[in-house]
Design a protein around this ligand. Structure first.
Ligand code: AMP
Length: 359
């Protein structure tokens, strides 16, 4: 079987690497940045199945995929839904998942009425193509409406009520065409300047009730779209329960720990799910795991030599500010041991970002 992945970045590469032992599957990567309609049509023709490493796929490419929707996994409906924050929030609500209150914004007038409807602060976001905190504006006062519209308006936006949360988490699952769902244990995710810096397993202090809520959420969401593949739900941890922030219809940075940290990784189960093979076990293999991103052009050489349970992944990319260049996984026998290993790798992160584990 030939599987084509749209996108040849690190996610595509890790998807490819995850099943090199399976001789009956060939994985081909398509460079979306070098796209031509003919090249894409030829790529679709030679592959039995098409998947994608990103939901940020331009409309003219999605239009071509429409003609081959039977080959696409996850399906067209999921791709279109999670490309657009409004459709995404509606899908979350339809599946019974808590989200911030929200409304559509198409004009400066709409920004002002969103402020009245939702109260302040609100987070204004572009409905498409936003990632890593780009295309967002937090309004704290009514007079922020104009600067906000000037900064990111002129296109469809979503206004969301500001959620007060103690931390951010994510839950990742894979679902196959028969409806079997496997779910990885959750991580606590710490961001800096809009970019994920590290993820920690276990998600310390998360109540059983919240962990169960997350499992129900992701299962209901995947079922509601008849989803096939790996799916990620990012969640705010709040006093009143977990509140969904956004969905990625794909493998996710906060699941990279699963390559060494779990029996089957998020990448492998994605490939198994879409190719109709039995899904692997998602349990963690160690009591404590961390994933640290290597970001930007100022990152020192990673001094991981000689550190036990430390795995360095380099994406082979040229350094640029705010660019994800690689990640480091730490597997440990305890949270204390893991945290003391991270203390030795702290040069990977901007000062003050690593606070010595869970707050
Ligand atoms: P996003 O691109 O939607 O993941 O947003 C980037 C970051 O902005 C999130 O990781 C949160 O830290 C923050 N954020 C997004 N939406 C909200 C919200 N409704 N309330 C509070 N913080 C938010």
């Amino acid at each position: 079987m030939k599987i084509g992945i749209l996108g040849n970045g690190q996610l595509g590469q890790m998807l490819q690497d995850s099943i090199t032992d399976l001789a009956d599957i060939d994985v081909n990567l398509y460079d979306l940045r070098a796209h031509s309609d003919d090249a894409l049509r030829a790529f679709i023709a030679v592959n039995d199945l098409i998947s994608y490493e990103t939901e940020n796929i331009p409309a003219h490419i999605v239009a071509i995929l429409e003609d081959h929707a039977d080959k696409l996994a996850p399906g067209l409906n999921a791709l279109k839904t999670f490309q657009n924050r409004l459709l995404e929030k509606n899908a979350l609500r339809a599946a019974g998942i808590a989200t911030a209150d929200f409304c559509a914004v198409n004009s400066l007038e709409d920004v002002k009425s969103a402020v009245e409807q939702l109260g302040l602060p609100i987070v204004l976001k572009t409905t498409t193509e936003g990632y890593d905190g780009k295309g967002q504006f937090v309004l704290r006062a009514p007079e922020d409406a104009e600067p906000a519209w000037d900064a990111i308006g002129g296109r469809e936006l979503i206004a969301e009520a500001f959620v007060t949360f103690s931390r951010e988490t994510s839950v990742i699952a894979s679902r196959d065409a028969e409806g079997n769902v496997v779910i990885w244990p959750m991580t606590e995710n710490v961001h800096h300047e809009g970019i994920l810096r590290y993820s920690l397993f276990p998600c310390e202090g998360l109540s059983d009730a919240k962990a169960e809520q997350a499992r129900t959420y992701i299962t209901d969401l995947a079922n509601s779209l008849d989803y096939v593949g790996t799916i990620t739900l990012e969640l705010f941890d709040t006093e009143s329960g977990l509140v969904a922030n956004e969905v990625a219809p794909r493998v996710h940075n906060s699941g990279h720990w699963s390559i060494e940290g779990a029996d089957a990784s998020q990448f492998r189960n994605h490939m198994l799910a879409i190719s109709g093979k039995a899904l692997g076990n998602t349990e963690a293999k160690y009591p404590a795991v961390a994933m640290l991103n290597v970001i930007g052009d100022e990152t020192p050489t990673i001094a991981a030599d000689g550190l036990a349970g430390v795995y360095v992944h380099s994406y082979g990319k040229e350094a640029r500010p705010a660019r994800k260049l690689g990640h480091v996984t730490v597997t440990s026998a305890s949270v204390e041991e893991r945290n003391s290993t991270i203390d030795k790798l702290v040069g990977l992160m901007p000062e003050g970002v690593w606070a010595g584990g869970s707050k």
